[in-house]
Design a protein around this ligand. Structure first.
Ligand code: IFM
Length: 456
């Protein structure tokens, strides 16, 4: 397919696709900590993950759709609680089920990006003290060594941990997710344990998997949540104070983690330094999850809105149904920041918006892809884009009411029918063209500018 001047063309071989996570789509992850926690009735819309969208059984249909849409990569996760439902009891049947699922993608010519932990742990592990337990990393390593050899023939990109900042900040500092601790000490300890967990997984995978399915080097990384963090005010004393707070928020959200991955050392806010053998340089690529800008404010009116670590948006800035700012300029800045920080290829492992009617998603995608294109032009080595999410799914504490899917699925529909939204058709066309052509942009997102003024 030819492109015209003004079209935004992506590098040859660029991977286009979508992302999901086990617990959010599979259903009936009954031996997990999240499943147990959901029964307390704390999910905002009163739902529980239940059968979710039954990906556990409907994967053939979903994979056929992935293939029809022409996606070259699909990100999914496995659930530790299914594979090791009781301590030391490994379920070969569950693992074989995952192998069949994942091999199917590979047979369809779709590259597999596999997440080994997306926050959820087995209930027995949670009962044992979760990531605070002395033997947490040993249990985790045993699980990794059990699953990796069977999955290895089909996995192109391994993600050890998804967004580790969520368990340490949201689960242990803010107490908004299970285990709902509000303890800086626990948050610190979980942070360090997750660094160790990543390190052992990284090295175990490299030891067990000599090469990727395409014969190239094995690729292991982390999917990190990056927000573009800025002061709420643009000038004056409030802005200076907020600027200082921004540095702290950045350090806690991703800065400390990134530095630890590079240097092998972590300096806590109290100045304690911890060194982890094997951590320095333990990444072959960087997974970037980007959604929004966070405007840090000290004003009581905006601080009052802080929920799960979010600050309110400045007036006039468009927000999604999550209340998250739509800020593609931040995507470009983050990709450039990651490129400057790490000398490694980048995959966008999540980017998307909560939009139940698919009214704004196409514009969100076009503007963020234009920002990504600009970052590539700036020199960032971005190799792929996985849109969050493929189908609607269980959005954690926000339940099923929040819709991130390019494919609509109603949790309460007895048939759980998959209905691709226009945004899925658009990403499919972009993937086929390996470009945002002006024809695609004007057909799906009329009036949305792809020029660099929207991305600077
Ligand atoms: O649904 C989540 C996902 O599990 C992790 N990253 C952010 C998404 C949207 O909130």
């Amino acid at each position: 397919m030819g492109t015209m001047p003004g079209d935004l063309r992506f590098p040859d071989g660029f991977l286009w696709g979508a992302a999901t996570a086990g617990h959010q789509v599979e259903g009936n992850n009954i031996h997990s900590n999240w499943w147990q926690w959901e029964q307390l009735g704390l999910v905002d819309d009163g739902t529980t993950s239940g059968r979710a969208v039954d990906y556990w059984n409907r994967w053939p249909e979903d994979h056929a759709l992935v293939e029809d849409l022409g996606f070259g990569v699909f990100r999914l996760g496995i659930e530790w609680a299914r594979i090791e439902p009781a301590q030391g009891r490994f379920d070969e049947v569950a693992l074989a089920h995952y192998v069949e699922m994942i091999a199917d993608l590979s047979r369809r010519g779709v590259k597999v990006c596999l997440t080994l932990n997306h926050w959820v742990v087995p209930q027995w592990f949670a009962d044992n003290g979760d990531w605070l337990a002395k033997d947490a990393v040993a249990h985790w390593e045993r699980f990794i060594r059990f699953v990796v050899p069977s999955l290895a023939p089909y996995v192109d990109l391994w993600i050890t941990l998804n967004e580790p900042s969520v368990p340490y900040l949201v689960g242990n500092l803010i107490g908004y997710h299970p285990p709902m601790r509000r303890s800086p000490r626990s948050a610190h300890r979980v942070f360090v344990t997750l660094l160790r967990a990543h390190t052992v997984a990284y090295h175990a995978i490299h030891e067990l998997v000599p090469e990727a399915p395409d014969g190239g080097p094995t690729q292991v990384g982390v999917a990190t949540a990056y927000q573009f963090i800025e002061p709420y005010h643009t000038s004056g004393p409030a802005c200076s104070l907020e600027g200082a707070l921004c540095r702290l928020v950045r350090y806690c959200s991703f800065g400390a983690w990134d530095r630890a991955l590079q240097t092998g050392r972590y300096r806590s806010l109290t100045g304690r330094v911890c060194t982890i053998d094997g951590l320095a340089g333990s990444y072959d690529f960087v997974g970037v999850n980007y959604y929004t800008r966070v405007s840090v404010s000290l004003a009581p009116s905006t601080l009052a809105n802080v929920k799960s670590g979010e600050f309110a948006a400045p007036p006039g800035v468009p927000v999604t149904e999550m209340g998250w700012q739509v800020y593609p300029q931040g995507f470009r800045a983050i990709l450039n920041h990651v490129a400057a920080t790490f000398d490694a290829p980048i995959y966008v492992t999540e980017n998307g918006c909560c939009d139940s009617g698919d009214a704004d998603r196409r514009s969100y995608i076009v503007r963020h892809l234009a920002a990504m294109h600009a970052a590539i032009g700036d020199g960032a080595d971005v190799r792929g884009y996985m849109h969050w999410s493929f189908t609607d799914n269980f959005e954690w504490r926000e339940g099923f009411a929040k819709r991130f899917g390019m494919v609509r699925v109603d949790h309460d529909d007895p048939g759980l029918i998959r209905r691709p939204r226009d945004s899925a058709a658009m990403l499919s066309d972009i993937a086929a063209a390996n470009a945002i052509t002006s024809e695609i942009a004007s057909r799906y997102a009329p009036g949305v500018s792809t020029s660099s003024d929207t991305t600077e």
